[in-house]
Design a protein around this ligand. Sequence first.
Ligand code: FAD
Length: 332
Amino acid sequence: MQFKKDIPLSRFSHYKIGGVARFFFEPKNEKEITWAITEAKANKVPVFILGGGTNLLLSDDGFQGLVIKPALMDVKAKGARVNVGAGVLMADLLQYTVKNAMSGLEWAGGLPGTFGGAIRGNAGCFGGEIKDAIISVRSFNPKTMKFVERSAQACAFHYRDSIFKHKGANEIIVSAQLQMARGKATLIKSSIQEKIAHRTKHHPLEYPNIGSMFKNIPLTNLHPASSKAYHAALAKGELSFRGSHFSVKTDPFPVISAAKLISESGLSGVSFGGAMISAKHPNFIVNALEATAFDIKTLLTLAKSTVQQKFGVTLEEEVQIVDSLPETLVNS
Ligand SMILES: Cc1cc2nc3c(=O)[nH]c(=O)nc-3n(C[C@H](O)[C@H](O)[C@H](O)COP(=O)(O)OP(=O)(O)OC[C@H]3O[C@@H](n4cnc5c(N)ncnc54)[C@H](O)[C@@H]3O)c2cc1C
């Protein structure tokens, strides 16, 4: 076995952005993961785990270490329980559920990226979250060099969060077991297609992107939950705030849209270098024309400061910005 060398990360980024990785490896099984980490530790090489690259802004300077992209691709069912490898694309997993008439993941129609990436961030949309179907998750701990099996409860899933999100490269998700329900293939398929159609209509998928850049803003950030204004906004499903009008949606708690805050700040369609704040969906900063990470970061900073100035609201990144040397060392 050998690591590949000097691999452009832009190839593996949904954004088509990212410099060169010094080393690159796609382990196909647990033995290969153990080998890669053993080598990285022996040579004191920092490690970063890459899934589908759909939630990452990778540095123009690349990564001076080893990028491990888990390529465990098995999908095996036993009754309504399915064991899925971390490298399986969500789109392929959904096709499998249609083919085998298994219901429970329809909400994920059009969700890009890998199964492992979805578990790490507890990906969710259209009222569903990956945690809803998880029975257990198997992962590898590079510190102890041991595989760990956790129940869904022990994974500490929360809104776009899990125990894995707080461990960096110090825990590699390998596979997980899902509990599915028997369903009707035609209904499962049409439900998935509905979600894909919604995304195609509302998201700027014609450009390379990494989805919503910022989290929606909890209503409690604008008005305390005990206040009259909070309850009035909840009851009406809308509110006026600093001269602008916002809908209140439950996602999964009452929020106002980051996209609306950005558009009300006059930033729809604004561009810098090759990057552009989408006019179709202003919470997307797209790679309109060979953008660099610097271009994207400039617009990200502009959006944050303008919204802060106009509304006094702090936008929080939903995407992950990966610097050339993040604190993802496994040398201990
Ligand atoms: C068009 C578009 C729409 C999107 N819509 C949604 C949405 O509706 N809801 C939503 O929640 N997200 C959405 N996203 C964001 C993104 O698709 C999800 O967060 C996705 O689950 C990330 O998976 P990934 O494999 O691409 O992970 P990556 O982007 O490659 O990585 C994300 C993080 O997970 C870590 N990671 C990846 N694989 C593993 C592993 N096996 N073990 C340990 N850590 C790992 C990485 O180190 C990184 O920190 C969207 C993105 C796009 C581009």
